[in-house]
Design a binder for this molecule. Structure first.
Ligand code: HEM
Length: 427
């Protein structure tokens, strides 16, 4: 790709040359790092990634919605190409996933989506509220008398994984087995792992792929309820639309879609709400404010910072031509901080009237079908923590750690402390 075609027409535009989505400055505040791009060079070519980077709200939204000029086929490709050893390790597990919803194009995508999405509709996932609340309560019970916790290790890593398995229809005893396999797929797809680390991740991916096949086989034999069992019904009715490979991949990637995204979104929300004490206290005093706070947190610090498309034709945008065949990085986190859509975007405002216009779940034909579930989990976790640990505070001076990931965004640790003697509710 010729970098002279970058936005400003400059062969080495400063913005393009400095853009490093794995670097510390980006991890610290992706939207702030791209403020200059939004203002001066809203679309630029990144030689580092070999992707065109799109930063303004209107363009990110438009590209998401345009299924004629953009393909979703590259959505799950590792952004750092896999080395030979990692590919060989995956082959040992017969790892050969075909497309699922997220990386399938029209017209097949919509035919499948119509059949597969109903179990994740808001009215269906609302039925899980009691079970999710019990699960969250049991995790909080385990640390509430301790006075300190790492909210990632003690709550936020496991709960969305278990809920994901539950939604996929995995029986209780298999949930226990499967939760140990939950893998950091974000690193596989969006990270910059060393060759050795790639092999380690490939091993986990391979094991999870294999186990996903076994879980599907059991559901086929014994039946069940939920997202994958519904897909098994569709498979029996129309095996061409949903084949065996699709079922196995759906189990595998469905859990990934449901897990780290929600862990990071909730961790980001808690990190920033606890950093802004008056907002946290408002939520403790009036939990009815939590749903809008969830939207604002998703806007303020999206857990999926970027998504991808491939241009099917030459596309003119913001005075730049993106050539057919190019890969495009849609920076959701930057669009969510676009000054033309959100007033004072760098401010976390739990009362923001248009918070819900964020792009955290994508937009259009591929918009996240798990959004109602993610919102439900985030609301319940915030409700339970504001109710039981309103006096919780972030441990001063802690290092949240970075994931060094171009898209999946959240702290590695979230250490909090409180006086157990002041707990308003007993375990
Ligand atoms: C806060 C949590 C989550 C975030 C930030 C998130 C984000 C996204 C994004 C950005 C997309 C791509 C949209 C596009 O290509 O236009 C997507 C698609 C998708 N998500 Fe989520 N997601 C979350 C939770 C979930 C959960 C809990 C599930 C499942 C239970 C899920 C399942 C899916 C599926 C199946 C798709 C593909 C839809 C399609 O292509 O038709 N997601 N999500």
């Amino acid at each position: 790709m010729d970098p002279s075609r970058s936005g400003a027409g400059c062969p080495a535009s400063r913005i393009a040359a400095e853009f490093d989505p794995f670097g510390d400055a980006y991890q610290e505040d992706p939207a702030a790092l791209l403020a200059a791009a939004r203002a001066e060079e809203p679309v630029f070519y990144s030689p580092e990634l070999d992707h065109w980077v799109v930063t303004r709200y209107r363009d990110v939204k438009e590209f998401f919605r345009d299924t004629k000029r953009f393909s979703a086929s590259n959505a799950l490709e590792p952004i750092t190409p896999l080395g030979e050893k990692a590919r060989a390790r995956l082959a040992e597990y017969d790892f050969a996933p075909g497309p699922v919803l997220v990386n399938e194009d029209e017209p097949v995508h919509m035919r499948r989506r119509k059949r597969l999405a109903p179990p994740l509709a808001a009215e269906e996932v609302a039925k899980l509220e009691g079970r999710i609340r019990d699960l969250v309560s049991s995790y909080v019970d385990a640390f509430v008398a301790r006075g300190t916790a790492d909210l990632i290790d003690d709550l936020l890593w496991e709960v969305p994984a278990i809920v994901g398995l539950l939604v996929c229809g995995v029986p209780d005893e298999d949930i226990d087995r499967a939760r140990h396999y939950t893998i950091k797929m974000g690193m596989f797809t969006w990270g910059k792992p060393t060759e050795e680390h790639q092999v380690e991740i490939a091993d986990q991916v391979g094991q999870w792929w294999r186990l996903s096949g076994q879980l599907v086989d059991r559901l086929k034999r014994e039946g069940g309820q939920g997202w994958v069992p519904t897909a098994i019904d569709v498979h029996r009715d129309d095996p061409e639309l949903v084949d065996d490979n699709h079922l196995q991949n759906m189990m595998m990637s469905g859990l990934v879609a449901a897990h780290e995204t929600t862990t990071n979104a909730t961790a980001n929300a808690l990190r920033f709400l606890l950093s802004q004490r008056d907002s946290w206290e408002e939520l403790c005093a009036d939990p009815a404010l939590i749903p809008n706070a969830v939207e604002e947190c998703l806007r303020f610090r999206a857990s999926v910072q970027c998504w991808r498309r491939k241009a099917l034709v030459d596309v003119e945008v913001e005075g730049v031509t993106i050539p057919a065949g190019s890969r495009v990085l849609l920076v959701i986190g930057s669009g969510n901080h676009d000054e033309t859509v959100f007033d004072n975007p760098q401010e976390l405002d739990i009362h923001r009237p248009n918070a819900k216009r964020h792009l955290a779940f994508g937009m259009g034909a591929h918009a996240c079908i798990g959004a109602p579930l993610a919102r439900l989990e985030m609301r319940i976790i915030l409700e339970e923590l504001t109710r039981r640990l309103p006096h919780m505070r972030l441990v001063d001076g802690q290092d949240f750690g970075y994931l060094h990931n171009a898209s999946f965004h959240g702290p590695r640790h979230l250490r909090v402390e409180w006086e157990p003697a002041d707990n308003p509710v007993d375990a």
